[in-house]
Design a protein around this ligand. Structure first.
Ligand code: UD1
Length: 416
């Protein structure tokens, strides 16, 4: 078992390039199946979830090679349409292979996906979207069996915007006859990235970034190259880390418009954030102060994934900050661990109330999910003394070489 040991209380100082977005690369790797040929995907982060996607693609019969930050996929050799339960359980994103395999093979056999335990994470909207396009779906013995003689374009009207269900709908729509309209689609930047990739395959997709996406036509282009957008949640996490620890850092390769809401909150808390094209200069000298309630919501609202890191920064802010988690029921699992470090946080249902304390102290803590793990690391950077953080497999799903990145920013962080 590895431990991340952090000697806290050091101001940060350094520069870091933000890696490619986990939530973009995973659906785009699945989309490479739909493309039925070669794709080269650049700016792929070195994350365990990317490795799982590579394993899934290889299991399906695709040829995959990784060279540095580029992944080459040849999906023309795909000869299976099932994903074993073990691989499905390794990450939530395995579910987007459902729409992709179905589009390519007309059938798919999967089981329920895994991923962070944030409360119930149903897939009813995914199944609704695929059924609306003409898929017969049977759930039997833990398996989900999908089959479609012919996929037919249709109107998919989601009751709430779901990132994964929108992606599955887009992927399955690539094999439909006629036009598909996805209404109340998720508007996250990762949806736009998937649209950009699919457009390169020759499918005609528009509307990503708005509530209505239109999909028409089928993939026909071969030899696609695509560069993944920067990871906005990773950028947000390092901004929060600077807020907690103080100092001055430069974050390079950022898409500032993707993290407006987080930048605004961290500025209000007391950070100075200057934008220079794709570089953010983040600094904090004085104390942090509490901010207006932080309410998570679908993009462009405040991202639920940035709630735990920003909460960690607020622990030392003067006054009381309220968080309202509107996306996932159980997204405060990091809070009991933060209390071990001297934080003052109370939770009632979806609301967390943080009363700023004067100091945090190092402690042995365990991360139980990806962004909760980031919150513990951020609190440890600001705490006096040593913290030992376990449960790093969660953190490695979304933050590339976290100890190296933190060291580049001047933190005393070691994996032991
Ligand atoms: C994606 C992100 C995750 C982020 C989340 C919300 C990936 C790999 N993960 O997750 O990091 O936290 O968006 O921004 O991109 N829901 C249903 N039925 C469904 C699907 C979803 O009720 O079939 C609900 C969920 O329980 C949740 C809400 O819809 O309350 C939004 O979830 P969704 O956008 O689907 O999240 P994911 O795609 O799983």
């Amino acid at each position: 078992m590895s431990i991340l040991r952090i000697e806290g209380g050091r101001a940060l100082d350094g520069a870091l390039t933000i890696h490619g977005a986990k939530n973009s690369v995973l659906p785009i790797m699945a989309a490479a199946i739909v493309a039925n040929g070669e794709s080269v995907i650049h700016n792929c982060p070195a994350l365990s979830d990317v490795e799982v996607s590579i394993k899934i693609l290889k299991h399906l019969g695709c040829r995959v090679k990784r060279e540095g930050t580029s992944v080459w996929i040849d999906s023309s050799t795909m000869d299976r349409c099932d994903i074993p339960d073990g691989l499905m359980r390794e990450m939530r994103s395995s579910v987007v292979f459902m729409g992709a395999i179905l589009a390519r093979a007309g059938e798919a056999e999967l089981s329920m996906p895994g991923g962070c335990e944030l409360g119930p994470r149903p897939i009813d909207l995914h199944l609704y979207a695929l059924r609306t396009l003409g898929t017969h779906i049977k759930e039997h013995g833990g398996k989900i069996l999908c089959a479609a003689e012919k996929l037919q374009g249709n109107k998919i009207h989601f009751p709430i915007p779901s990132v994964g269900a929108t992606e599955n709908a887009m992927l399955a729509a690539c094999a439909c006859e006629g036009t598909t309209l996805i209404i109340n689609a998720a508007r996250e930047p990762e949806i736009c990235d998937l649209q950009d990739y699919l457009n390169k395959t020759g499918v005609d997709i528009c509307g990503a970034g708005t509530a209505i996406i239109r999909v028409e036509g089928r993939p026909k282009e071969k030899g696609i190259e695509h560069r993944i957008i920067p990871d906005r949640i990773v950028a947000a996490s390092y901004i929060a880390a600077l807020g907690a620890a103080g100092g001055k850092i430069a974050l390079r390769g950022v898409e500032p418009c993707h993290i407006d809401t987080v930048v605004n909150v961290m500025r209000e808390m007391g950070c100075t954030i200057d934008l220079h094209g794709k570089e953010l200069l983040v600094a904090r000298q004085g104390d942090l102060s509490a901010v207006r309630p932080v309410c998570t919501g679908p993009y462009p609202d405040f991202p639920t994934d940035a709630q735990p890191p920003v909460m960690a920064a607020s622990l030392l802010a003067k006054g009381t900050t309220v968080f309202v988690e509107n996306i996932f029921e159980n997204r405060y699992r990091h809070v009991p661990e933060l209390l071990r470090m001297g934080a003052d946080v109370r939770i009632k249902d979806r609301v967390a109330v943080v009363c700023g304390v004067q100091r945090l102290h190092g402690a042995a803590v365990e991360s139980t999910d990806l962004r909760g793990g980031a919150a513990l690391i951020i609190a440890a950077l600001a705490a006096e003394g040593t913290s030992d953080i376990t449960g790093l497999s969660h953190v490695d799903r979304g933050y590339e070489h976290i100890e190296t990145a933190l060291s580049k920013l001047g933190a005393d962080a070691r994996r032991i």
